[in-house]
Design a protein around this ligand. Sequence first.
Ligand code: UD1
Length: 430
Amino acid sequence: MKSIGLDTSGKMIVKGPQKAKGTLTVSGAKNAVLPIMGASLLTDDDIDLRNVPDLADVRTMIEILESAGKVIERFDDQLIIKSSGNINSEIPYEPVRKMRASFNVYGPLTLRNGYAKVALPGGCSIGARPVDFHLEGLKKLGIESTIEHGFVTSKLNNPNSFINISLPFPSVGATEHVLTTACLLEGVKTTITNCAIEPEVTDLVNFLNKMGAKITGGGTSILKIEGVKKLSGVKYTIIPDRIEAGTYIILGKLVGEKLTIKNVSAEHLNSLFSVFDNIGSPVDYDEKKREVKVSETLLNPLNSISMETAPFPGFPTDLQPQITTFLSLVPGRSTITETVFKSRFYHIDELNRMGAKIRVEDNTAIIEGVNKLSGAPVEATDLRAAAALLIAGLVAEGETIISNVDHIFRGYENIHEKLEQVGIELIYEK
Ligand code: UD1
């Protein structure tokens, strides 16, 4: 399984090695804005969002909200979501196929319309991503689902007054979906345990509470929700994207020349900072300015490391491909165990084509550090793999041609322009 059927056919040509010098500013968080946009379906009032990145995934969510009856206005990083007066709760396959996060409109649409029919998300390039936790949680909230012909159709029953949902794994999507839906179950008290505590979940909690929801426990693994009858319009500013920031920090450690990265929330990136501490190349963070200054690090004296990805506050799976590129150049043997998406290793063969020495055993990548990478034609299989290959192309000697590179525009706002501004030359061909 590779592509999820997006039009990803673009190519990026990277001539390495290159240096990044100047300032990069981190945009709003993709994984925060998507569920927040979905939650706008809980009200007919206007929702005014700021720090909204212009990403392919945000455009897909706009498409979904428009098909559900919302009217969207966009001015730079501001997104205003209004109601057209109608709610359509049938969402076709196309947008859900492009982006799994779109499935999270299913619960809210069911509550607003008493019924919803949403395409079931398909396979994807980072491993199996079922929605069983979502559907089991929603069932406890009184939403019964039937799967037929690739669509999930709901029926709304009367829920109990007290509901306990324990997630089998702290799934980000399931936590957000169940939490958002529970907010509008008037008079119902829901407790969700083993919740995801990713900063994007907390951002959603803060947003919902600002809309008038009654949620306690934000930032902890137990969320308590007292359902209300109505939620209202709000103005809300999205948190900075920790994965974009982390990607640029890793890039800077390999090819930076006094690179400044602005709008960094270090409190969301402790796990990445610890990895760099442990390998002997600490991150220079200015807490007051919320910025990182980073230059190419000398790789020879660094220590290899054994690490694993894990739900927050562990090391994010969304930075695993990028740190793998980095570790491929650190002397000695490093290992990364992937505990979130156990087969998220499609980038490894591509890095090996560039001269890396990595093998995968079960869910662990075993990396033997090499002293250089060399440019090669490679294929990006998903968004973060594309970022990892771009970093590899920048540090490698010679030309790297990354095919299917368009995945990168799902999660990195204007990456092409941003990198050009710090002196990096990329050729993009559609
Ligand atoms: C979200 C992020 C994604 C990130 C991931 C893990 C968004 C839009 N995407 O994805 O960038 O990589 O969190 O931090 O926020 N699982 C099930 N059944 C379910 C749901 C999940 O088995 O019903 C499993 C998944 O297969 C996976 C694990 O739980 O192994 C974690 O997935 P989850 O946290 O749900 O990821 P997403 O919300 O899809």
